[in-house]
Write a protein that binds this ligand. Sequence first.
Ligand code: AGP
Length: 610
Amino acid sequence: MCGIVGAVAQRDVAEILVEGLKRLEYRGYDSAGVAIIGNDQKLQRARRLGKVQELADALKTDPLLGGTGIAHTRWATHGAPSEINAHPHVSSDNIAVVHNGIIENHQMLREKLQALGYIFTSETDTEVIAHLVHHELKTADTLLAAVQTTVKQLEGAYGTVVMDSNDNSRIVVARSGSPLVIGYGLGENFIASDMMALLPVTRKFAFLEEGDVAEVTRYEVNVFAANGEAVIREAKEHDVSQESGDKGEYRHYMLKETYEQPTAIRNTLEGRLVGGKLDNNAFGENADDIFKEIEHVQIIACGTSYHSGMVARYWLEAIAGVSCNIEIASEFRYRKSHVPKNALIVTISQSGETADTLAALRLAKDLGYRASLTICNVKGSSLVRESDLAFMTKAGVEIGVASTKAFTTQLVGLLMMTLAIGKHHGMTEKEQQDIAQSLMMLPNKLDEVLALADSIEELAEDFADKHHALFLGRGDQYPIAMEGALKLKEISYIHAEAYAAGELKHGPLALIDAEMPVIVVAPQNDLIEKLKSNVEEVRARGGLMYVFADTDAKFDSDETMTVINVPHCDDIIAPIVYTLPLQLLSYYVAIIKGTDVDQPRNLAKSVTVE
Ligand code: AGP
């Protein structure tokens, strides 16, 4: 999704801005641009379709000098990816604007501005902001006042940064629905849509709140709430490692992040499982009071995070004794739902900024849920700030667009949540201890699974000429099959679907032939015999199967079936254990297909628009 970086400094900032954009590349984009106010008070701009490196190369040939500037990576929403549509957008040679999000009433504003004589040079919704600010500045005393009046006319979601080349001492930023963070330096200040962008220049950050407009100069940051009142947004030092963005010895971030899972899970468990027991404060001081009272859990998420929520539903109803619903955020937010008595709303999100999930949380608050909990990987993100309780997964920064370690640490958080709720709803001490024990063994188990990488890499070759694939699982492995299918389609562009294996005969069996590889997840559990019958249904129709099976489940390879033996594990952690072989399979298939593993086409890491 789009990225924003801005700076007000004494030194030249173009390189800092471009480095910031590079650090946001993982979010997905199609073009990049930068505008700098030159020492002669003239606006200089460079934009390129494609990678940030193209922009960096252009700046080597034609450097832009100056200490005040804004930069952007664009992910097309209104208007095709092109240089003309790339940000920053400019009005009358002095106003420059970058913007994340969507201005929903842009058409009406465009017509109004055209009637006033403004000429549009792009197809974007963003350009209306540039012209509106220019228009408002004719009557406003300051750029800040012009931006405040402008944002009142905007409908939709935005994080936007504006500068005026007639005054290089400041930039003005506004947030409504799209995150912005201010980075504090010494005699220089910065802004960005994600603090990752600013790690080379500062660790001190303040997050803007919804409706905030801020004026940023070299020495001061003045923030105003939507009602115009001056407000303080506390700046804090953050301990994010600058090195967390490096690929290290790995060819791709996705592979690195897949291998980081044992460590990420150890970090997520640390301090939460103490002496084989869940720590009372694992979900925050007030959590126990809430967990005691709730009778129902409503989970809301998107994509991979939705899949982790689906697994949690199996756990909560089977183990914790509370009913649970799960819904895709973009559906939940636009339907009328019934709120069961004493219900807890749980959002799950790697980024904490997913627009649909955030909107669903806000709706749930209005609907009267008892409390909200988020399972999230990004401290200080909107979901964390707006939820009553937050459980931080300690996955570390996840750069690959395809979520790996964020997913498995979410599952760990959700299993701990099951424990925390279940202990108030009839779970015995022994049941709690057994689950805690299984969780403690999980990181070592995952190390064993990662040792299967070579055989999975070999297996991937069979998929080189395939256009479709079917994933099957039963029970809490059904969402894992869904996650496996999502990974494969996301990064290898092979069409993949997942089915609960019992559903095969209700339609998808018609698809089975030798051209449709069928991937089966088969841990040793009480559904294994049922699953074996489903495998026979596929075999009888001439299907080719790839079965990830528990060593004890007694599957043997033959001419129609390739079996990869997965080390035996406790039933409860099997959804986490079986995720890894599917991640590795999709990774190696993508390598064979030659796709862009870390930044697959058309996708963004953090989806901050609807
Ligand atoms: C996962 O591989 C995807 N990139 C995507 O489905 C993602 O999980 C989804 O967009 C939700 O993101 P979030 O976890 O940051 O809310």
